[in-house]
Design a protein around this ligand. Sequence first.
Ligand code: HEC
Ligand code: HEC
Ligand code: HEC
Ligand code: HEC
Ligand code: HEC
Length: 235
Amino acid sequence: MIPGDFQVKKPTSKQLAIFGTLGVVGLGSFVAIALGLTWIVSAWLGMPVIFAHDQGPTQPIAFPHPTHVQDLGLDCTFCHRNVTEGAAATIPSAGLCLTCHQVVGDGLEQIENMREQVADDRPIDWVRVHRVPDHVHFVHEAHIRRFSGVKTVVEEWTDPNEQAGEIRLGEALRIDPSVSVGQTMEIAEAQVCSVCHGDVGSMATVEQVRPLKMGDCVDCHRDNGAPTDCTTCHY
Ligand code: HEC
Ligand code: HEC
Ligand code: HEC
Ligand code: HEC
Ligand code: HEC
């Protein structure tokens, strides 16, 4: 017998079939378990764990908040007009944009695109970033009213009356990271947005920074003495 002549016994076709099946079943269950775990962790956190950093969708016109908010100093409510009055904040119609962009932005591609769309009577189909399901009722107005005005920063909210003059440290820090308990803040309506939306004024594309799932809504309601019965948020 020359070296190398030794051969591993060939598996029979029956053995091959068994190994093959075991392999497929094993891989299948592994993938299923991995996906299951990911799903549970995602649901728990209220946000996807795989695509951890959602960049925000690509918009039909690359609208830059920083240019308008930080550089030009426009107030959030200048464009999102309904936010202090009703349920939806609303995105302004192109007519409002054109009060400036009729003259500002000649030669800039995004501005020329916008003018063309308006000239053709085509609405701008902005892609929604935040959206609660249809069975959920959300109202901006109540939240803006509750968290704006003169407030004293407290560890835990205590004031049981409607015109609460207090804000919890947790909410206050989302508005101004340098505040501390006992301090008095005068909170403008436009500053309340950052409690739920983060610092939109510095975002090149708007992205969602807070889960705003049921657990998040209910926790905040409980902590602030707001109603938590199902019918508050569900029709
Ligand atoms: C010049 C007008 C303008 C101003 C000022 C402005 N926005 Fe916007 N905002 C828009 C437009 C247009 C969109 C839609 C395109 C996009 O999502 O980038 C938008 C989108 C948003 C969205 C995402 C909406 C969604 O689909 O979920 C949020 C949140 C938002 N703005 C918050 C703010 C806040 C907070 C401020 C103030 C710091 C502000 N905006 C100031 C015009 C404006
Ligand atoms: C108060 C005036 C004003 C309003 C209202 C306004 N803009 Fe602007 N916008 C500006 C100015 C000024 C610039 C900076 C232009 C530049 O860089 O030359 C700008 C820049 C932009 C740019 C970036 C252009 C580029 O390529 O750099 C886009 C896109 C834009 N605006 C879209 C919008 C949209 C959409 C709206 C309405 C929701 C809007 N703007 C409302 C004044 C305004
Ligand atoms: C208590 C949390 C909270 C606060 C505070 C808040 N928002 Fe929102 N915002 C939401 C939620 C939740 C949605 C999704 C609502 C829906 O799908 O109907 C949303 C949606 C939006 C939208 C897109 C849909 C719409 O309503 O037009 C815009 C624009 C917006 N918010 C702007 C603002 C601005 C501007 C402020 C501050 C003046 C603000 N929001 C304050 C939670 C908040
Ligand atoms: C930052 C804390 C906070 C978050 C987050 C929050 N809420 Fe609220 N919400 C409140 C407070 C406080 C009130 C009571 C306001 C008042 O005094 O009228 C309220 C009131 C409401 C109301 C009653 C409005 C009315 O008719 O007067 C609804 C509906 C509501 N919230 C839905 C939601 C939903 C849905 C979410 C999640 C998507 C949510 N809220 C997230 C604090 C919060
Ligand atoms: C403060 C607001 C709020 C209150 C109070 C509230 N919910 Fe919800 N609920 C939500 C939001 C927001 C969602 C949507 C979460 C998401 O985006 O998937 C939701 C989703 C749900 C869903 C669907 C779950 C799913 O995965 O789609 C059910 C069922 C539900 N709620 C039942 C209840 C019941 C029962 C109560 C009373 C014990 C209640 N909710 C109280 C805000 C609320």
